[in-house]
Write a new protein. Structure first.
Length: 251
């Protein structure tokens, strides 16, 4: 969560309001040095007023993946049974949260939000961003044998054991391709997709992010061709951390 001063209060309120029917809810707001507009101070104020809100200061974060992994670790350490990952600033709609909860209550380990399945929707996105997201999904399914409608969305929910397995497997990517890695590593769990409405926070896509995604996709493809894709990789950038899950996790 970075530079969300104008939306942080209504966003957290909306997320908590749509987490009904749970025995307990903990909201982990992960924030790092990229946030310079006073968001941290507002989060600290909210945390003091509501015990459900925990501020996770990821000072050592070097990239977006560092912040996510730090949040995962905090969540698992808190012994949360389910972990919801949702982007701040309303790019992901809190009104979609009940769809995730319903699937988890049916016994699924991983529930992935999809912009491309029936009922899914994208707003405020450039054609280039849309093509990259859809094309990345198509290419990943083709090369890796996955069968999901959306391989790059960051709106998702896990059981604690599934998220622990992801981190034990290791995340190589330093950018948003890690969302694809997560889906690949969760192939042996019970998986569901639910339609979501995504509002793009930015119409642009960094070329270096796209290049890194292709590099990591090719790495996974080589592993698949060599019969090593589903083996635990002990040389991953993030591996064997003590992790934890949270009922609500926001970046």
């Amino acid at each position: 969560m970075a530079n969300e001063r104008d939306t942080v209060r209504p966003f957290i309120a909306a997320v908590l309001a749509h987490c009904t029917g749970l025995q307990a809810v903990q909201f982990f707001a992960v924030v790092d040095r990229a946030s310079t507009d006073g968001t941290v101070a507002i989060l600290q104020e909210l945390s003091q007023a509501d015990a459900r809100v925990t501020v996770v200061w990821a000072e050592a974060s070097r990239c977006v993946v560092d912040a996510y992994v730090r949040g995962y670790q905090e969540a698992i350490a808190a012994q949360c049974d389910w972990i919801l990952e949702i982007d701040a600033g309303f790019s992901h709609a809190p009104t979609d949260i009940p769809k995730f909860l319903a699937k988890m209550q049916q016994g699924y380990d991983c529930v992935f939000g999809s912009r491309f399945c029936r009922g899914g929707k994208i707003s405020d996105s450039s054609w280039r961003r849309y093509v990259i997201s859809w094309g990345g999904t198509f290419l990943t399914n083709l090369l890796l044998g996955t069968k999901l409608a959306d391989m790059t969305s960051g709106f998702e929910m896990f059981s604690r054991r599934a998220l622990q397995a992801v981190l034990d497997n290791g995340i190589h990517s330093r950018n948003h391709f890690f969302q694809t890695e997560i889906r690949v590593f969760c192939h042996h769990f019970r998986i569901a997709e639910v339609p979501i409405h995504y509002r793009s926070a930015s119409a642009s896509v960094n070329n270096s992010v796209v290049q890194e995604a292709f590099k990591n996709l090719w790495r996974l493809t080589r592993q698949r061709l060599n019969g090593r894709l589903w083996q635990v990789d002990l040389c991953a950038q993030y591996s064997r951390h003590p992790l934890g899950a949270t009922a609500k996790l926001t970046d």
